[in-house]
Write a protein that binds this ligand. Sequence first.
Ligand SMILES: NC(=O)c1ccc[n+]([C@@H]2O[C@H](COP(=O)([O-])OP(=O)(O)OC[C@H]3O[C@@H](n4cnc5c(N)ncnc54)[C@H](OP(=O)(O)O)[C@@H]3O)[C@@H](O)[C@H]2O)c1
Length: 338
Amino acid sequence: MTIAIYGANGHTGRLVAAELLARDQDIVLAGRDADALHALAGELDSPRVRVHRAALDDPDALRELTAGSEVLIHCAGPFTRTCEPLALAAVAGRCHYIDHAIEPKPVKWLFETMQGPAGEAGVVMIPQLSFYGGLADLLAAAAAAGLPAVDRVTVGYSITGWRMTPAAVKTAELLIGEIDRVTYTGGALRVGPVDIRNTVYPFPPPVGPRSMIAPFPSGEMVTIPRHVPARTVESQLTASTFEEEQIFTSQDAAPEERARTAFMVAVQVVAEGGGGRTAHLRGGDIWWVGALASADAAVRLLRGEGPGKAGVLATAEAFEAEPFLRRMAALGAFELTL
Ligand SMILES: NC(=O)c1ccc[n+]([C@@H]2O[C@H](COP(=O)([O-])OP(=O)(O)OC[C@H]3O[C@@H](n4cnc5c(N)ncnc54)[C@H](OP(=O)(O)O)[C@@H]3O)[C@@H](O)[C@H]2O)c1
């Protein structure tokens, strides 16, 4: 039983590999650069590790990877460019699929295009089971549980110390320059020009109310409405995050420096007619938390502890939200307040 990691030699892929090996899991390090993959295998120095080279434009090599694996964790971005070949290969090889996308468009594409093929192949595909996306999806599900009608869900990210990797910078360039953006308003997903504004999000102490950039283009506006009956879903990011000088210039930063982030992810679920619920989580290394979430979920899929149905699923459709969050909190990922 093997888990493949595509983009294994990147920062996220390495963290995922470490988490899987810590769980005595057999893994395949996959990507386009054979030398980098073999170098990583040498560092990991474990009989549980194999290497498989497969470029994005080589469907046969990608299919060979997925046919020989039970779960694929896709860590190579920007996903706007990399999602499609890996998703097609996962279905062709009948291999479950988890990815670390942040961008809404590939998440939307997966739900719209791969639902039928995933169901026919009997595989589970979970986009953005990572720090951005998956955690907010789970928090929204946990906070909204039992509410019959929801007017809106607002997700607030407070992030300091974000030192972007090369792929994260490329992803940010794509997203910041995007004119037609995905939004979820009036009960529908829309794609079109959006006015970007400043607003204030009421984070609980010790963060407190903060100036925000809104909307922040993370794909949970695609996933949350699948299981929370909301009319509007919007994500926002602290404006100070992008004001830090090193955010875009730390592509060569050491892993220890990257680990020095601090985060709070909060959701406000407003019920129709007023009232509602809030929930939040707070912790340190955003990269490790995302890697941990994907690795833990992949092992559970492998052990048959998944959703019991095939198809493209939001994180909170694949796993029960509150137990998943409590398990992550117990593993030291964050402090959780539900
Ligand atoms: N949603 C979230 O919270 C979250 C969390 C973490 C990461 N991410 C996303 O995950 C992606 C990876 O992040 P990272 O931090 O690991 O970046 P990174 O350290 O720059 O590594 C990127 C990896 O992707 C591979 N890659 C990039 N373009 C490729 C292509 N065209 N074909 C094949 N492989 C390709 C790279 O391979 P080479 O070495 O051969 O270039 C490398 O292995 C980014 O898009 C980032 O936005 C999202």
